[in-house]
Design a binder for this molecule. Structure first.
Ligand SMILES: Cc1cc2nc3c(=O)[nH]c(=O)nc-3n(C[C@H](O)[C@H](O)[C@H](O)COP(=O)(O)O)c2cc1C
Length: 195
């Protein structure tokens, strides 16, 4: 049950799946960032974690994560497919966040043993850092979609995901700005390394 619905919405988290970049810290204190779907259905917030990632390990041990709201296509691609450098992180109010986040929100959760789904997460605190008013652009959403396909390609090596990425590439070239095009270049470069 979300106790402070208004506050969550102020931070940019609405009904449905919010694609955020989760920052977490390992038991040994190593920072990590990776895209994560923060699911809001009515009054319930949850995440689904797949085993074998740093994010899974860190949430299991530290029982918390920060949801960073971002529209930066390059950050989505790089955090999905590689480890970003420490200079991308900054501590705010004692929590690990992304330097370029638009807003951040700390969530706590009680991992339930070996289950990959964490049924509920609880909002603790957060902050809006900057707001940008913009029209819908298909480019950024498609880069996020391509990043999802890329993480599946890395895990399953099915060429179907490559076909999806090539299809997306054509639309991003037409609809996206220079940042989206650079993000797709980076994505292609990174998945080649997994080929
Ligand atoms: C937009 C997007 C959403 C994602 N959502 C999830 C998710 O909800 N749960 C999950 O376990 N992985 C999700 N992933 C995949 C992880 O981000 C990916 O496996 C990543 O490499 C994990 O990195 P890490 O090992 O540094 O934690 C998502 C990826 C993208 C691009």
């Amino acid at each position: 049950m979300i106790r402070d619905l208004g506050r969550i919405e102020e931070l940019g988290i609405f009904e449905g799946i919010n694609e955020i970049i989760a920052t977490t810290v390992s038991e040994a204190g190593v920072p990590n960032a990776a895209p994560l779907g923060l699911i809001r259905r009515g009054e319930v917030l949850s995440v689904r974690l797949f085993v074998g990632t740093h994010t899974y390990e860190n949430i299991m041990s530290e029982k918390k994560f920060v949801a960073n709201v971002s529209h930066d296509p390059i950050l989505f691609v790089e955090t999905a497919l590689e480890d970003i450098s420490e200079e991308n992180f900054v501590e705010r109010d004692g929590e690990l966040t992304l330097k370029d986040a638009e807003a951040w929100a700390l969530f706590r959760c009680e991992p339930n043993g070996l289950d990959i789904a964490l049924p509920e997460v609880e909002f603790v605190k957060g902050e809006v850092l900057w707001r940008e008013f913009r029209a819908v652009n298909r480019g950024i959403n498609l880069v996020v979609e391509a990043a999802v396909a890329a993480t599946r390609y890395v895990a399953l090596k099915s060429d179907l995901y490559l076909e999806e990425i090539f299809k997306i590439r054509r639309i991003v070239n037409r609809c996206g700005g220079p940042q989206e095009i650079e993000a797709m270049n980076r994505l292609e470069e990174l998945i080649e390394g997994f080929g």
